[in-house]
Design a protein around this ligand. Structure first.
Ligand code: ZN
Length: 259
């Protein structure tokens, strides 16, 4: 990308009580990967990945904006934030990213740059297809709770790139340039919104295709879930709730793609 210097925001002043409201303490789910569950319903997942290449931890997805200080605080014992990689550019995945740019570069797939730096998905969403109560609730939360606004993207990653011991995989459909991180040695997949484990009210559900009203291309989203299933992950960690683990991860993903 063009090497244009874009000013960084100031570093955050952390307030422990607000941090505790914004997110639960990080949980280590597999070797060198922690999930930070944020938001009022604790449905917003941000992953910290031990980054032996750079030192510190890579942040995968940036959750909602109120999680920024929790993410910074969670990274400190591990040496701080090395880089931020967005799974895609939607409002609730870039939320804390503008604030985190005070600490590290923010990266995403080339096809996600326009949304990350722009509307955050609103260009192509079809909110009129949602039930009225959900449309009103989401309209409010996207604007006032989730979205931190456009974030400057410092660089890009694409399928086959290696970051922090993981390989970038393309899983588009829900959003343009949606990516996951895949680690072959223990079959761990971090997949952003490739599939959903919560419904439109935030309640838990089995793995499912993302809601059509929020998808760029639902048929492509199904193909990406099938592609993920073909990797036969031992554990698949989505952008909300989860993770999906156990003896039948592949079967559950195949069922989600076929439903
Ligand atoms: Zn999401």
């Amino acid at each position: 990308m063009a090497a244009v210097a874009v000013a960084r925001p100031p570093k955050l002043r952390s307030r422990p009580r607000l941090r505790a409201l914004a997110a639960a303490p990080p949980e280590e789910i597999v070797d060198g990967v922690w999930v930070l569950r944020g938001g009022l319903l604790r449905t917003m997942n941000v992953y910290l990945v031990r980054d032996d290449e750079r030192g510190g931890v890579l942040v995968f997805d940036a959750g909602e904006k109120g999680m920024a200080t929790s993410i910074v605080a969670a990274a400190i014992p591990h040496g701080g934030i090395s880089r931020v990689v967005l799974g895609h550019g939607d409002t609730d995945h870039r939320g804390a990213a503008p604030a985190l740019r005070a600490y590290a570069d923010v990266l995403c797939h080339p096809d996600a740059v326009e949304q990350a730096q722009g509307s955050g998905g609103r260009d192509y969403w079809r909110p009129k297809d949602l039930p009225l109560d959900v449309r009103l609730l989401h309209g409010f939360t996207h604007r006032y709770v989730w979205d931190g606004g456009p974030v400057h993207i410092d660089g890009t990653v694409r399928e086959g790139d290696r970051v922090a011991g993981f390989e970038v995989i393309d899983l588009p459909g829900h959003a343009p340039g949606l990516i996951g991180l895949w680690r072959e040695r223990d079959r761990v997949a971090l997949v952003s919104d490739c599939f959903y484990m919560n419904d439109m009210h935030g309640r838990p559900q089995p793995p499912s295709v993302p809601l059509d009203a929020y998808n760029l291309d639902t048929a492509q989203a199904r193909r990406s879930i099938r592609k993920l299933a073909e990797l036969r992950p031992a554990i698949a960690c989505p952008g909300h709730l989860g993770p999906l683990s156990g003896p039948d991860v592949t079967e559950q993903l195949e069922a989600a793609a076929a439903a």
